[in-house]
Design a binder for this molecule. Structure first.
Ligand SMILES: *Cc1c(COP(=O)(O)O)cnc(C)c1O
Length: 409
């Protein structure tokens, strides 16, 4: 936890919990580090679906080339939050209305998901207009003899290699003259470490440069690993960046693009709350927190224990003895009436937890609030705090600015 976040969580009133606390200074520093490790010739786009909060999008603006969006809603939202930034429009099932809106506002790239979509797009581009496209391919890739979880399997995403061939043939026809093929897009796996990501990127590039038409650019997608079991670990951007540099030297003139989401923003967000109850049930101990997976669904969807830090609170306002986790571990749950509302199962960090103690979950900056089912059971929404630090150069003072917003409900 950063100092700014720890301080903020300590000073929140009980009534202000649960709260999402974002450290925008830490986000900027992390994104700048990622950018600095990538060679010139590699564009960095942020996949907005990981966390589209406007403050997050603008904090990333200096480090990223642009943003990848996957719906008309994300497109309109990103345009409002970072008006001048290039936007790539991907994702399956684009509607004719979304395509028309994207042509209207102007996107830097369309990632075409199917032959039908290519036809829709071609028929929607008006006279005198052009649209720049990448064909999204679902390429079979094996790593160490193991097939990737997404690439090469039946899926609604992208085109089979034979489908790419058919699209290339269509693109040679006069009806498609307003579409400008820039290259290939692929997003084949998530959770890969730097060596595996690089191997996948190499495989995509080697396949793309052998197509019967020249390609200027290849977007190798996102999916860089975030290790929820080890919150201090980071994807090895230096190794990945130098590997991409070698790949570019083998293909002079090629432009590469990557579009990470999770590995950019997971580290800048925390979900802070407090313990409401501690109990023993059939031999196991449970700590019940204010809030739960309707705010932070990540551990339920990924099936992991969300890492957390305990900030003990010694005040105890009641005349009866304070309950506490007495054993070595406990399961940490939320307030929902479903056995799936588990944030961490049987974990040692829960030892000693008491009602009133504060608990701060890390790695809650991506696929957290925005993928959660906020209104299930009608609990209040959390507050949102965006901390920002500026060093005032004349005085050397660190100013922490904070914009707070209370969630709706
Ligand atoms: C979700 C997605 C990403 C980002 O994936 P992360 O695992 O968050 O890095 C990038 N590209 C596409 C096409 C996606 O669908």
């Amino acid at each position: 936890m950063t100092e700014a976040v720890r301080e903020r969580v300590r000073t929140l009133a009980d009534g202000e919990l649960p709260a999402y606390v974002y450290d925008l200074g830490a986000l900027r520093a992390h994104a700048r580090h990622v950018r600095d490790e990538l060679p010139a010739g590699v564009e960095l786009y942020y996949a907005a679906k990981a966390n589209p909060e406007p403050q997050i999008l603008s904090a990333l603006r200096d480090a990223v080339t642009g943003y990848e969006v996957a719906s008309g809603g994300e497109l309109a939202h990103v345009r409002r939050a970072v008006p001048d930034a290039p936007v790539a429009f991907g994702g399956p099932g684009k509607t004719p209305a979304e395509i028309a809106a994207a042509l209207e506002v102007g996107v830097s790239r369309f990632h075409v998901e199917s032959e039908h979509e290519l036809r829709l797009l071609a028929s929607a581009v008006g006279p005198g207009r052009r649209a720049d496209i990448l064909l999204r391919v679902n390429l079979p890739v094996e790593l160490h003899g193991v097939a990737l979880a997404m690439g090469g399997r039946p899926s609604p995403f992208g085109l089979d290699p034979a489908g790419v061939d058919r699209c290339l043939a269509l693109l040679a026809e006069p009806d498609f003259a307003r579409l400008r093929l820039r290259g290939i897009h692929a997003h084949l796996a998530s959770g890969l470490d730097a060596a595996a990501q690089l191997a996948v990127a190499e495989r995509i590039v080697e396949w793309a440069v052998r197509l019967r038409v020249p390609v200027e650019e290849v977007d190798t997608g996102g999916g860089m690993a975030v290790d929820y079991a080890d919150p201090g670990a980071r994807f090895d951007w230096a190794a990945f960046g130098s590997g991409l540099g070698r790949l570019l030297r083998r293909h002079p003139g090629l432009r590469l693009r990557i579009e990470p989401g999770r590995a950019l923003t997971a580290y800048c967000g925390w979900y802070a709350t407090d313990v409401l109850d501690v109990k023993r049930s059939h031999g196991e101990e449970f700590a019940v927190l204010r809030g739960g997976t309707h705010h932070l669904r990540t551990p339920a969807t990924k099936g992991h224990d969300q890492p957390f830090t305990v900030l003990p609170v010694d005040d105890w306002p009641y005349p009866w003895p304070r309950p506490a986790v007495s054993g070595q571990r406990a399961t940490v749950t939320g307030q929902l009436c479903t056995p799936k509302d588990v944030l961490a199962r049987g974990v040692p960090q829960a030892a000693g937890l008491r009602p009133g103690d504060r608990v701060v979950f890390a790695l809650a900056g991506a696929y957290a609030w925005n993928i959660s089912h906020h209104d299930f059971l009608m609990h209040p929404h959390p507050g949102f705090h965006y901390l920002d630090q500026d060093v005032n150069s004349s005085s050397g003072i660190v100013i922490t600015q904070c914009v707070a917003r209370r969630g709706r409900r």
